[in-house]
Ligand binder design. Structure first.
Ligand code: GP9
Ligand code: MN
Length: 674
């Protein structure tokens, strides 16, 4: 055999017999190569602030052992071939991650692999994302693939003479089992101990909220992230999938269609279609709370621009955010898709592949262009995937902006608005259709630290506190909004655009001593709750009509129905939970429901108890601030719980595609488009 194959053949045969004797040598070579590749992968990604530390190297080593320990149970040839195959698969996965990251600033996930729409959108740009240097990730394949072929082809003939007995000796079996168990135990220890240490300290809550794939990568490593992603997908889609029975499905359908019918009755409202054909520009302002409007410190207004704008616009003074753990993404989902967010995690991350009736798609059906703008990494909150599914024409993320004003998390709002308006103006020149632009600001994000030169307020005794920093950040965000409005006026858009803005959620400042100056009674649970939950919502109509404050109670779920009502786009057939807020006709039974089960109808405010039992909650009379007997709130609590249940069924169970009216909407659209 050796003579026939020559020197190379002898070398290969020798290596194989050597690997057969030293059971774990190939395994150690594999593990070493994989850890090096993961390190190299990290440098290729070079995610800001995510350099590989010694702890990360330990986690990666642990993950490699966990992934490959079972190969030690196999006979020599099977083990070698399996290790080479594992190496091949993992190397390609990492390589694909690198390319995907360069375009989307995110890692590949199971839903992305299944949808593939995203990867297709890389299109022609794929070649520009490749670098010759990346091929080091796959370099060893040049030797390993032919070696695997050799092992399969000649291996039996080489190993047999070494071990003529058909049965594997017990000693060898013990060695295999022992080394395999040892690799498993060491892997578990290296991986789990370090991971737990991170999630017990600085990365607390990471896996419950899982706001960013890259944060999970930062803690669990490349293989750990993909393992977690597979687990997350399986849990949501196979094991934890909300199973909705046929009866529940039709109950849900009837319930949601009754809401559509209720909106359908508003077709004769004078405001229905009063602004048909207008452009819509909506800004979701980071952490902007309602109590900031009209407030001042040391004689200076905190939001002078908004204070002026609220007089020229419809200002909803009794408006609530409806977010939970998904924070900014929940605000976006509740607003754009008019459904309640999840109790745990974010719909953007967990149910991005499910179907909803979101604003961009509805407007696009009516001939609008729809674009979303946010100057941060596109993978954060899984936006790339979700926005693709929401049918935006384009998502302009950080990579589309020049970082010429570094503030807070990334680009300052002033530059963000300026560059966004340049993009809108360019798109407008190219198309004659009305536009929908959704802008998500970022500078006023926790922890609100701005450089000295941007701190324009004298915050007196709040200097050096988070509340002081928050006021400065809101003051800056307000000034930036002023520049945006000026630009809209300069560009001649103010008179043909519905300009809307709202705050996404509270500021996460929970030190109540810092609120004293802004609340009447900061120790009142009701006032605390309302100040945390209320955000401003303003709509400036093209002709400036209906200007002034309105106390109609509403929440983020009502935003899309409100805008569509003004545009005269019927939402009767759409599966939305909200109701139009700006109507002349009276809309009875308004109810704003929070994810935790609290609710308000404008007159009463209900706060649930820890045990969730309605009878143990607290019922407040908003006007007096006093508590009411709990029986006074039981009707609202039942309605709120029902709404939560129906929304969850639709979101988790992906029920919309099966509902009848979807067929009706499609038929109308098809006949309209012909
Ligand atoms: C980042 C931004 C922050 O893109 O949306 O989100 P948040 O932390 O507020 O949820
Ligand atoms: Mn936010």
């Amino acid at each position: 055999m050796a003579n026939r194959s020559g020197g190379l053949g002898r070398l290969l045969a020798w290596s194989l017999s050597w690997l057969d004797r030293l059971v774990a040598a190939d395994f150690v070579l594999f593990a070493g190569a994989m850890v090096w590749k993961l390190y190299f992968f990290n440098t290729l990604l070079s995610v800001p602030y995510m350099d590989m530390t010694d702890k990360d190297r330990i986690i990666e080593t642990g993950a490699v052992l966990l992934l490959a320990f079972w190969t030690l149970l196999l006979p020599t040839r099977g083990r070698i071939v399996s290790l080479i195959a594992l190496n091949l698969v993992l190397s390609f996965l990492l390589y694909s991650d690198v390319i995907y990251y360069r375009y989307f600033q995110d890692l590949i996930t199971v839903p992305v692999l299944l949808q593939l729409g995203q990867v297709e959108s890389l299109g022609g740009s794929i070649t520009s994302l490749l670098s010759a240097y990346d091929f080091w990730l796959l370099a060893d394949m040049a030797i390993l693939i032919p070696y695997a072929v050799f092992v399969v082809w000649r291996g039996r003939a080489i190993i047999r003479p070494l071990r003529p007995r058909a049965r594997v000796p017990w000693k060898k079996r013990f060695i295999r089992l022992g080394t395999s168990l040892a690799a498993l135990a060491i892997g578990l220890m290296l991986f789990a101990v370090n991971l737990n240490q991170a999630t017990d300290t600085w990365a607390k809550g990471l896996f419950e909220r899982n706001w960013w794939n890259l944060s999970i990568y930062n803690v669990a490593g490349g293989l750990g992230f993909h393992g977690y992603d597979v687990y997350r997908y399986a849990k949501i889609n196979w094991f934890g999938a909300e199973t909705v029975s046929a009866a529940q499905k039709s109950e849900t359908e009837q319930w949601i269609e009754a809401r559509g019918d209720k909106r359908g009755q508003l077709k004769n409202d004078p405001l229905f279609g009063a602004y048909a054909g207008s452009n819509v520009l909506m800004v979701q302002v980071e952490s902007l709370q309602n109590f900031m409007l009209g407030a001042s410190i040391g004689g200076q207004e905190i939001t002078p621009v908004l204070n002026g704008l609220m007089k020229e616009s419809v200002y909803f003074s009794n408006f609530y955010h409806q977010t939970a753990q998904g924070r900014t993404s929940d605000a976006d989902f509740a607003t754009s898709c008019s459904m309640l967010p999840m109790k745990n995690g974010s719909v953007f991350i967990q149910y991005a592949s499910h179907d909803f009736d979101c604003l961009p798609a509805t407007l696009k059906d009516q001939g609008y262009s729809a674009n979303v703008f946010h100057p941060y990494q596109g993978g954060f909150w899984n936006r790339n995937v979700m926005y693709n599914h929401m049918e935006y024409d384009q998502f302009y993320s950080l990579k589309n902006y020049e970082l010429d004003e570094r503030l807070g998390w990334s680009l300052g709002d002033k530059s963000f608005y300026r560059q966004t308006m340049d993009l809108i103006a360019k798109n407008n020149d190219e198309t004659a259709t009305p536009f929908y632009a959704f802008l998500i600001s970022l500078t006023s994000h926790h922890p609100y630290k701005l450089p000295k030169k941007e701190q324009q307020l004298h915050v007196e005794e709040l200097e050096g506190t988070m509340m002081g920093d928050y006021l400065q950040a809101v003051h800056y965000a307000d000034a930036a909004l002023g520049e945006l409005v000026e630009r809209l006026k300069r560009d001649g858009l103010w008179e043909n655009t519905i300009f809307a803005l709202y705050g996404d959620h509270d500021s996460s400042i929970l030190d109540w001593s810092l609120y004293e100056r802004f609340l009447d009674d900061p120790s009142s649970p009701l006032e605390r709750e309302m100040s945390l939950k209320q955000v401003p919502f303003m709509i400036h109509l093209p002709d400036g009509a209906y200007a002034g404050a309105r106390d109609t109670v509403g929440g983020q779920l009502d935003t899309t129905p409100t805008l569509l009502h003004l545009l005269g786009i019927s939402t009767e057939e759409r599966y939305l939970l909200g109701m139009p807020l700006l109507t002349e006709a009276n809309v009875p039974d308004r109810l704003v429901v929070q994810r935790d089960g609290s609710w308000t109808d404008g007159a009463r405010y209900y706060m649930p108890s820890e045990d969730g039992l309605p009878a143990n909650g607290r019922c407040y009379d908003i006007a007096s601030g006093g508590e009411l007997p709990i029986a006074d709130c039981l009707d609202g609590t039942a309605a709120a719980d029902l709404q939560l249940m129906m929304s969850d069924r639709m979101v988790m169970g992906d029920l919309l595609p099966g509902f009848k009216r979807n067929g009706a909407v499609e038929a109308i659209e098809m006949s309209g488009s012909r």
